[in-house]
Ligand binder design. Structure first.
Ligand SMILES: NC(=O)c1ccc[n+]([C@@H]2O[C@H](COP(=O)([O-])OP(=O)(O)OC[C@H]3O[C@@H](n4cnc5c(N)ncnc54)[C@H](O)[C@@H]3O)[C@@H](O)[C@H]2O)c1
Length: 293
């Protein structure tokens, strides 16, 4: 199946950039959130990211400023925003990126099932929830699949294509093809806690979180040391703030529940989330980001 038009549900940390990635591959896309200001924030994110990418190409003298300006308008012209399901009626592929809560996912998948054409693939960007359970809210569980981007979606090349119990081979293959159509590298994996990447990432993070507890060093100090060692492009505590501490905590807790003590949840992260300090999106987490908080 070729995707002529896509849709994205949720314009938060992930949604805006996912729409940008899709439009940059010249596929028209519509993005929905519950309030106009949230849709606008997602569209603004798409503009910022596209401008940054094009400025990079101008800087390397690969394109002229005039070409960059024209391409910016072309890409942004492919993205429509809505607070209703306007434009979802002829979408071939939907990426859902709403909050990581099963009841929310199931409610929106039931709506998507109603509103989209029968052939459309309904994909979830869930980090840790069961694709089989999400798919059970629809009349087409064979067309429900995980499509897990990584933050920041405009930069990270990998997408985990997660196959639930009922996902058909055709759907999994079409999702992998769509990942390549939008210039990403798909890795197909089973519907198991953490899929592939979070099993690796969360076990490494667990060691760092233990180290923070045992040493009493601040998250900033540890990030600085890791950055100086040039092992990752950003420190793990900063990355968690950027991804959203609520999302990271949910994944870490899910891994501990699923696999036991070999995974760990950072107590400081639990305290921050309980205090509503979710990282960059609320202005404060391990760091202060100069936002509303
Ligand atoms: N943040 C990350 O680093 C990251 C990485 C990979 C995957 N994910 C996954 O992506 C999903 C979204 O995460 P996020 O960090 O973007 O969350 P977020 O909280 O930043 O954004 C979610 C958005 O969905 C919107 N929303 C809620 N109900 C909706 C509805 N019925 N229709 C349309 N929009 C609705 C919210 O208003 C919000 O803007 C989660 O499943 C998460 O696990 C997150």
């Amino acid at each position: 199946m070729f995707v002529f038009k896509a849709a994205v549900l949720g314009a938060g940390t992930m949604g805006g950039e996912i729409a940008q990635v899709i439009a940059s591959a010249d596929v028209p896309v519509v993005i929905k959130d519950v309030k106009q200001e949230l849709v606008d924030a997602g569209l603004e994110k798409a503009r910022e990211v596209t401008q940054g990418q094009l400025a990079g190409l101008v800087g390397k003298e690969k394109i002229t400023q005039g070409q960059a300006d024209a391409r910016l308008e072309e890409i942004l012209g492919l993205i429509a925003g809505t607070t209703e399901y306007e434009g979802f009626g002829d979408a071939d592929f939907v990426v859902e990126a709403v909050p990581e809560k099963m009841e929310v996912k199931q409610a929106v998948f039931a709506e998507l099932d109603e509103i989209t054409p029968g052939h459309a693939i309904l994909a979830s960007n869930t980090s840790a929830l069961s694709i089989s359970e999400i798919g059970s809210a629809t009349t087409r569980p064979d067309k429900v699949v995980g499509f897990h981007f990584f933050w920041p979606a405009s930069v990270m090349r990998l997408i985990e294509v997660v196959e639930g119990d009922d996902t058909s081979e055709e759907t999994a293959q079409a999702a992998a093809n769509f990942a390549m159509q939008i210039r990403k590298n798909p890795v197909r994996c089973a519907d198991q806690p953490g899929f592939v990447v979070n099993r690796v990432l969360m076990s490494a993070a667990a060691e760092i979180w233990h180290h923070q507890e045992e040493s009493g060093q601040s998250p900033e100090e540890i990030d600085k040391e890791i950055l100086e060692a040039k092992v990752t492009p950003m420190g793990p505590f900063f990355l968690a703030d950027m991804s959203g501490l609520d999302v990271t905590l949910h994944v870490a807790s899910h891994m501990r529940e699923s696999y036991g003590d070999r995974f760990y949840v950072h107590p400081m992260m639990e305290e921050l989330v309980a205090a509503g300090k979710l990282g960059q999106k609320t202005g404060e987490g391990y760091y202060r980001h100069g936002g509303e908080n």
